[in-house]
Design a binder for this molecule. Structure first.
Ligand SMILES: *[C@@H]1O[C@H](CO)[C@@H](O)[C@H](O)[C@H]1NC(C)=O
Ligand SMILES: *[C@@H]1O[C@H](CO)[C@@H](O)[C@H](O)[C@H]1NC(C)=O
Ligand SMILES: *[C@@H]1O[C@H](CO)[C@@H](O)[C@H](O)[C@H]1NC(C)=O
Ligand SMILES: *[C@@H]1O[C@H](CO)[C@@H](O)[C@H](O)[C@H]1NC(C)=O
Ligand SMILES: *[C@@H]1O[C@H](CO)[C@@H](O)[C@H](O)[C@H]1NC(C)=O
Ligand SMILES: *[C@@H]1O[C@H](CO)[C@@H](O)[C@H](O)[C@H]1NC(C)=O
Length: 215
């Protein structure tokens, strides 16, 4: 019951769109317990495997907290799904994230992830995705992931800086994709707004799920 998506679900620079992927599966919402603070950056409710990511203060890099949240709450048995929650706030992303091999996790994106525009950094550090010499700011994937953006949760690549930088050429080496969904099965991504991707919107590599994209 899985359909492969080809790699070319891309384009439309500078235009926001909603991506909805539907599957025969309902979102399991873990009940929030009284929060237990494990570190400054993440609030976890132990019983529900729920991690609430706190934005890093003063526009500093939230990537380490996001990586930590998925490490803590992103690897679960089917019988006790985990959850990662992004608050209705802005999370600045200033470094690459490689968050793969997840299992049985629900992602609730209520705010905005805003990528930094340090072009030098991204050109030097973007993660290779293994085809066409392309690279990504964020590798993300696993089995049985449901991600909802609630219709307003946003991934903002701050792309204008890149559009200006590349002067209209399309595939500048090291210019990253915003997020690359890779090695992903049985998963649902819905209600996410993509704004000004650094390059292309969400290339899919070996993802198995049903997709209905509203461009
Ligand atoms: C954030 O910036 C403000 C003003 O620049 C400063 O007073 C405050 O101490 C900073 N907070 C942190 C956590 O760095
Ligand atoms: C998110 O927060 C902003 C203000 O910070 C508010 O205007 C907006 O209504 C909030 N959105 C939702 C969906 O709660
Ligand atoms: C990127 O790499 C170049 C060449 O290695 C180096 O000169 C530059 O400082 C690096 N920039 C950043 C932001 O890492
Ligand atoms: C991302 O992490 C996975 C798992 O640790 C690793 O196998 C892979 O090589 C990493 N990819 C990159 C581009 O660093
Ligand atoms: C784009 O044009 C500007 C101004 O002409 C130049 O400085 C810059 O190097 C160009 N960018 C690329 C990626 O060639
Ligand atoms: C791949 O990108 C590197 C820079 O990151 C560049 O030096 C190389 O020529 C590119 N290769 C191809 C086949 O485009």
């Amino acid at each position: 019951m899985a359909r492969h998506l080809h790699d070319g679900l891309v384009s439309s620079y500078g235009k926001a769109f909603l991506l909805a992927i539907m599957m025969h599966k309902t979102l399991a919402v873990a009940a929030l317990q009284v929060p237990l603070v494990l570190s400054q950056a993440i609030t976890t409710t132990a019983a529900a495997n729920t991690c609430v990511v706190q934005p890093a203060p003063n526009g500093t890099d939230s990537a380490p907290a996001i990586i930590q949240a998925f490490q803590n709450c992103g690897h679960n048995d089917a019988s006790s799904r985990g959850k990662v929650v992004f608050l209705n706030e802005t999370y600045d992303i200033k470094s690459v994230m490689n968050i793969t091999g997840l299992s049985n996790v629900d992602v609730d994106l209520q705010g905005t992830l805003l990528w930094d525009t340090n072009i030098d950094y991204w050109l030097n550090n973007s993660l290779p995705v293994g085809y066409q010499n392309q690279s990504s700011a964020w590798l993300f994937g696993g089995d049985s992931i449901t991600w909802t953006g609630n219709g307003y949760g946003t991934l903002d690549g701050n792309g204008q800086t890149w559009y200006d930088f590349i002067n209209g050429s399309s595939n500048y080496p090291g210019r990253p994709h915003q997020i690359t969904i890779t090695g992903t099965t049985n998963s649902v991504f819905e209600g996410i707004r993509f704004v000004q991707s650094q390059m292309w919107y969400v290339p899919y590599l070996s993802i198995q799920c049903y997709l209905d994209a509203l461009l």
